[in-house]
Every structure is written in C-alpha cells, then in structure tokens.
Design a protein around this ligand. Structure first.
Ligand code: 5CA
Length: 438
C-alpha cells in the first residue's frame, strides 16, 4: 500500500477526550473514528489489526474443536422472555420495534439464540459435545462508554457456547477453553491471567475472567506474584489431553477480581500478593442448565431419559483487545505492534521521494517484499523526513526500511526494529533474504 493513497488521517496533537494511551494512539494514528458515544468506524489501519486479532482467535477456536457459525445482530424478544432475561437485562439492552410492532433487540450476548438453534437441531447425547462460536458485533448501552473501543457500546466479541451431556463433560470443555484462551492471548504477545470472577448477568457458578495487567485497566485485581511468571501452555498441544492439571496449576494460587476478593488473603499472602489494575479481555462461564431448562433444550440421555443439556459460554473482546494490546505495548513515540497483529509487516520510508535511484530502489523492495507475501506500507509522500519518521513510529509497524540517496548509492538501506530501536545497515538483497523467509 502506498501511504499517499491510504486513508490514514493522523493527528499531531492528542485529542482532548482521549484519557488513556491506547485511545490517544488509536485516534492519532487514524485507526478509528467516533460516530456517536461508544460507537466507532474502523478505518483501514484499525480494521487490519481487528482482522488479525479475529483470525488468531478463529484459528485457536477451530484448533480446539469449535465450529464457527454466524448469528444475526438483531434478535426477537420472545426467546429472551423464555429465558427470563428480557426484563432483567434492563437499560443496557437496546430494544427495537419493527414495522409490525414486533419487539426486537440488538443482541448484547447470544445464550438464548444459540439455545434455540441447538434445541431445533440436536436431540441425542450421541451428537455431544458441541462447541459453536461466532464473531459478531454486540450492543450494550453502557452507562459510561469510555476509553475508545475499550468500553464501547457497539463492540466485536467472539462468543462460544458449549453443549455437554453432564457436568464431567462440561468441565472438560471448560478446561479446554481455559487452555485455548491462554494460548490465544499468548499469540498476541499478551500474558492474560485467569482470575476467579463474578458471573453477572450471564449467570452460573463457575467463571474466570482473563485479565492483562495495565495501570489504565478498569478492574482492580489481586493475585499471587508467582502467577505472573508461569509458563504458558506449550506450542504442540493435544486437545484430547486431560487439562485438569494445567487448570489446577493456574487456579490453585490466589487470583481474583475485586468482586471476588477475599480480604483475609491480604494478611495471609502479605508480600506475595500483587494488587494491580487489569483489562478484562476474556470471560468464561459454566452455567449448567440455566438456559436449557428455561428454554426446554432437552437431549435424550444414554438411559433414554430426556434431560436438559449442560452449557457454558466463553467470550473474547476482540475490539477491546486492539486497545488492550496497545496498553501493553507502546512507548512515548507510539504503538509497538507485536508481529502477529501488526497492520503491516514492514514500512518503507523513502527519505528522498523524487530522487530517481531512491524511488527505484524503494519500488523494487516494495514489490519484491509484496511478492514474497509480506504486507508493506510504502511512505513515498513528498514530506519531511521528520514527519515520516514520526508517523512510522506512531503507527508501530514492527520493521522500518529507511532508504536515503547516500545509502542507495552504495546499495544499502537502514533496517529499524520498532520495538528495540536497533538500526542495521543492510544491502537490498540481505533485506529481501531476511524477510522472504518469515
Ligand atoms: N456470553 C458471554 C460469554 S460468550 C459474555 O457475554 N461474556 S462477557 O459479558 O464477559 O463479555 C465477553 C467479553 O467481551 C469481555 O470479557 C470483554 O472482553 C468484552 N466486552 C464486554 N463488554 C464490552 C464493552 N462494552 N466494550 C468492549 N468489550 C466488551
């Protein structure tokens, strides 16, 4: 992509309304644009990151044995009346009436709709377990939407729903998702800590939130300091394994959000207790037969009895993660994207646009890297070097190729690593060799 053609309305100054660093950098780099309170358009740069995160989540869900489907954003009120949540959900639910006077709503979550799909399609324990998920926009009319996409009203969520014959099966599924979540966040360069949490309006009695620690996080959290250095599940994982030992390891040391915090732990753990702030990037729930009983989602058991199916749900805040990753990875100059979610792999800065040999060398690199399957953003604008450097640092691509007339005369460019700031002089060919292999 040529930068001059790319819609990336950068800002030099921090927007007054942006109180935390991720919101400031997302606005300043032109990733998003507010449409109304808590509702955003995703401009090309922001959408690229959103899609990368979505794809990592999708790959990990598929690998764990989940199947993707897609439910609508608009749901009928009738199914929410069946579960009893229509009134309970209160003002957070956006209610809509269609032209026939039918009550509809913009889904804040999908337990009812998936239960309705399940009861219409699965009747016997022989078809269990089932793990179904979708990646879809949600709407919650939050009292205080804030911090940009961190707490939006409209936001993108991955929500998985599980169906099992009995508690044992449901617990195995819960453990599987627990491990899948550790892996998913690790692929984005994040250490998300599972913590005992309140289940709120989703319900149920077993629930963990996954939080990344950040001073700007909205949740107050407490945990044993050793959890912060636990190894993440290994790369080659077998989802038929029993994950109870991994889950036990992560849950036996104390870790809780504010609502679940046990004050006695403060004196008990003393020096070992870390109290910090965190961003909730995922939340998993086991709620047994709460929805299947209310909505009559029955399956025939091995003994021939009709019993309500055991369920759980598992959410990841995909749009919130974009901001969460920035909170975890930035410096004073801008964002530092982990390679796995970066909007482009490499940025090329042409320090002397219009200089024939510089232009030719940059174009050549641009197309050859592109042909090798890399996503490249090429700054060929007629701008001052300082502006180009500042923009490239702000948008945080992992690698920058800096090409000036003096170097090009000798066949070399400078390769800068955004995270470390290290710069290496390299020949054009060695740059190609380095990246054609990633
Ligand atoms: N149905 C369940 C799980 S599938 C559910 O709705 N869980 S949730 O309420 O905890 O939401 C799942 C995730 O969505 C949260 O962990 C959080 O990362 C994200 N999320 C929730 N509310 C917002 C919001 N207002 N803005 C951005 N992300 C949000």
């Amino acid at each position: 992509m040529y930068l001059s053609r790319f819609l990336m309305p950068t800002l030099k100054e921090n927007p007054a309304e942006a109180q935390i660093v991720s919101h400031r950098y997302m606005m300043r780099s032109g990733m998003i644009r507010q449409s109304s309170a808590g509702i955003y358009s995703w401009l090309p740069l922001g959408l690229r990151v959103l899609k990368k995160i979505e794809q990592i989540v999708r790959e990990e869900q598929n690998f764990a044995g989940c199947q993707e489907l897609l439910m609508p954003t608009i749901q009928p009120a009738t199914i929410w009346r069946e579960s009893g949540r229509y009134e309970d959900y209160g003002k957070e639910m956006l209610r809509i009436t269609d032209r026939h006077g039918r009550e509809m709503l913009y889904g804040p979550t999908n337990e009812e709709l998936i239960t309705e799909i399940f009861r219409g399609s699965v009747r016997t324990y022989k078809d269990l377990p089932k793990l179904l998920y979708h990646i879809q926009w949600k709407f919650r009319d939050e009292v205080r939407p804030r911090f940009g996409v961190m707490r939006g009203r409209e936001f993108l969520m991955k929500d998985t729903y599980s169906f099992d014959l009995n508690f044992d099966g449901a617990k195995k599924t819960y453990n599987k998702m627990f491990v899948a979540y550790l892996r998913t966040f690790a692929r984005m360069g994040l250490r998300a800590i599972p913590m005992a949490a309140d289940s709120g309006p989703i319900g149920g009695d077993m629930s963990h939130e996954f939080l990344i620690l950040a001073d700007t996080g909205e949740s107050k959290v407490f945990c044993h300091k050793d959890i912060l250095s636990f190894d993440l599940p290994k790369d080659n994982i077998d989802y038929n394994e029993d994950f109870q030992p991994i889950v036990d390891k992560w849950t036996e040391l104390y870790a809780a959000t504010d609502e679940k915090h046990n004050l006695n732990k403060e004196s008990l753990l003393a020096e070992d207790l870390v109290s910090a702030r965190g961003i909730e990037v995922g939340h998993i729930f086991y709620f047994g037969t709460k929805y299947s009983e209310a909505m009559n989602a029955l399956i025939s058991s091995p003994s021939g009895q009709e019993i309500p199916v055991e369920m759980g749900s598992y959410g990841i805040g995909i749009s919130r993660l974009v901001a969460g990753i920035i909170e975890a990875s930035h410096d004073d100059d801008g964002i530092i994207w982990p390679e796995s979610v970066a909007p482009f792999d490499i940025g090329i800065i042409n320090l002397s646009s219009g200089n024939e040999s510089c232009d030719n060398a940059c174009e050549d690199l641009y197309f050859r890297l592109g042909n090798a399957g890399l996503d490249v953003l090429y700054d060929e604008r007629d701008e001052r070097a300082g502006v180009k450097f500042a923009n490239m640092d702000l948008i945080g691509l992992p690698w920058q190729i800096i090409a000036g007339p003096r170097g090009i005369k000798n066949g070399v460019i400078e390769l800068k690593n955004r995270a470390t700031g290290e710069k290496d002089e390299m020949t054009l060919n060695s740059v190609l060799n380095k990246f054609a292999r990633i």
